[in-house]
Design a protein around this ligand. Structure first.
Ligand code: ADP
Length: 257
């Protein structure tokens, strides 16, 4: 198992319980979508997975290593296994695509080369080949601000892959994109998963895309796992259990598009 979430709970200081005893394990190579209504705890779960947030209790085991009980450099080494892409791309607009990709290496570099932006030939070659992989070979030196939304998400994917993660966390990766571009990005993520042996965990509001691209769906509602199974086992009843009794698949798909 590449990711193990064991009895994870999280309550915020204002008293909101975001996650209650969440349990699941993800095998290498799976494409898992976490779905659920707004406020279900999806973002909190992803933030705990990539180390941005700590759970109150439970265990997060990435590649056999315990994230929750680790600090400092050891924690950063575990976090290196996880690359994240975000809805808003989180890129630096004024610098080139290749520099955005290279910036992923900063945590691994010593102070002076990091400050001076001396990444070295090997890293530059790797960054270029990743930009090639995501279909941006002709945009290597282009400032990110000149790119379309879909191209920006491609740069963000290349940056996430730069530290050779085992797991790609895709947090609403297509929410800022039109449906056609969104589909192309998910096709890219799917193909990279196959060719690079990557595991993908996605959080998406777009139920149709989640059902289409994932090998497994985890349904969260009010911080509780209410479904864990194959997309083909999702029924209208399960949709109601996840999204609320008044929801049906067509409503949710319309809302998502
Ligand atoms: P989702 O991503 O499924 O929309 P979130 O993980 O963002 O859900 O939020 C889960 C619950 O936790 C919500 O009720 C939200 O308001 C609350 N929450 C999220 N972050 C914080 C925070 N930093 N402080 C207090 N409450 C939070």
């Amino acid at each position: 198992m590449i990711v193990q979430i064991q009895n994870i709970s999280k309550k915020f200081k204002n008293g909101t319980t975001a996650l209650s005893n969440v349990n699941f394990s993800v095998d290498r190579g799976e494409f898992v979508s976490v779905i659920g209504p707004s406020g279900a705890g999806k973002t909190t779960l992803f933030r705990i997975l990539n180390g941005a947030e700590r759970a109150d209790s439970g265990r997060v085991i990435i590649n056999e290593k315990h994230l929750e009980s680790t600090k400092g450099k050891a924690r950063r080494m575990i976090q290196k296994n996880i690359g994240t892409v975000y809805q808003d791309f989180a890129l630096v607009e004024n610098i080139s695509c290749i520099h955005n990709v290279l910036s992923a290496c900063l945590p691994d570099m010593t102070f002076i080369p990091a400050v001076l932006g001396i990444f070295g030939k090997e890293r530059n070659t790797e960054a270029e080949s990743l930009l090639n992989l995501v279909g941006l070979a002709d945009k290597v030196n282009e400032p990110v601000k000149n790119l379309s939304g879909g191209q920006k998400q491609r740069v963000a994917i290349a940056r996430a892959l730069m530290r050779r993660p085992s797991v790609l966390l895709a947090d609403e990766p297509v929410a800022s994109l039109d449906p056609i571009t969104g589909r192309q990005i998910l096709e890219l993520i799917s193909s990279i998963r196959k060719t690079q042996g990557l595991t993908v965990l996605m959080n998406s509001h777009n139920l149709q895309f989640s059902l289409e691209f994932s090998s497994r769906i985890i349904g969260l509602r009010s911080g509780i796992t209410v479904f864990d199974g194959a997309p083909e086992d999702i029924t209208p009843l399960i949709i109601s259990a996840i999204y609320g009794s008044s929801a049906d698949i067509s409503d949710i798909q319309e809302a998502a598009l």
